[in-house]
Design a protein around this ligand. Sequence first.
Ligand code: CMC
Length: 402
Amino acid sequence: KGLRVSDKGFLNTAVLRSEITYIDGDAGVLRYRGYPIEQLALHSSHLESAYLLIYGSLPTKSQFDMFRTEILRHSVIHADAEQFFRSFRYDAHPMAILTSAFAYLGSYYSEANPSLQGQTLYTKGDKASLAVMDKQIYRLIGKATTLAAMAYRVRQGREFVTPPTGLSYTGSFLYQMDYLGQENYFPNPVLEKALDVLFLLHADHEMNASAASVLQTGSSLVDPFSAVAAGCASLYGPLHGGANEAVIRMLISIGKPGNVPAFLEAVKKREKVLSGFGHRVYKTSDPRSFLVRKTADEVFQITGKDELLETAMALHDAAMKDDYFISRKLAPNVDFWSGLIYRAMGFPNDYFPVLFAVPRVVGWLAHWRQMMLQTGGVKIWRPRQIYVGSGKRDYVPLDERV
Ligand code: CMC
């Protein structure tokens, strides 16, 4: 009664007030806690921006040292997790493994589960409960890279690598992925830095589908590991974090620049999807896409150009001049160029969404923490619906049905 379906797909519904990330979709502006993404990409690091997103201000030196140390210290995973990873088929999609792994991780930390403690765990101003909350945050960010590296190596039948000490967040991640047993193995510093910039750019993007999944799930007061698993599942889809993988599949199917016009005609007839273009909020170019494009050039200097780059550029240029895309305000989003970088760095195509999920753990946790500590407590997200099915019917036994 009194209900109406007003906004399918939440096109114009704000579900909360947030202090975390600001987007002006018409002007192509993105800010983390007020800081322009361009300044952060140039001067900050993924972990420093993570602190900013989660706690609201840039850390002092001692705050940052403590945060970084805690995160890297919590990167180690219980040895039993090896059996869990070995239980997947050799060809399992790494996002299926990662999603499961986040939920699995929660089984180790009952202190993070309010229902097991019989209380609402996190209370604003209460040091003890905030310390419990912070610990889950360190664990999730710290272990995200380790879980992701394990999801990578298990498919290759390789031994797992214990997180090293003394490397950066992305350095440790790359080390765990490709360590071949040489004592002096260190990731290429340019690629390590490039990945850090990409992580920073993917860390948060206000109320997207996966952040909403984390909040919807977290609003039942479940533990943050389960809520992050829900976010990871949502990110997996090709309309969201799976788009970077879809872009490469699309470019491979186009094959060469000469085939671009025919492909765009098929998109206009809705026979194909132009992955990596369009956005719910941006009605101009996604500001992250320029920064990703710049990072691509730096990476290609080390790795050499990706063979798909020319096709990608031809597709980009043709779409940006085409009335169909101009009139619908469709422009490249963050996923258009990122897959080309990951490919050049040697990551398999189906691993790209994992490279989106690992840094996005930060944004999910920033939103989750803000919700848990909101004034007045958490209200469960329980939307309504309008029932349009049949009226009352009487049950007919199976052998009387025609
Ligand atoms: N190719 C062709 N046409 C498109 C595209 C596209 N990629 N995106 C939107 N359109 C058209 C759509 O058909 C519609 O046309 P019409 O008005 O004639 O029916 C119009 O543009 C408006 O699009 P919409 O589907 O209403 O937009 P939305 O806000 O519901 O969807 C989107 C946003 C990102 C799901 C969509 O643009 C899309 O499917 N893009 C491709 C997938 C992709 O790159 N996703 C990554 C998004 S950015 C990173 C992230 O959040 O994960």
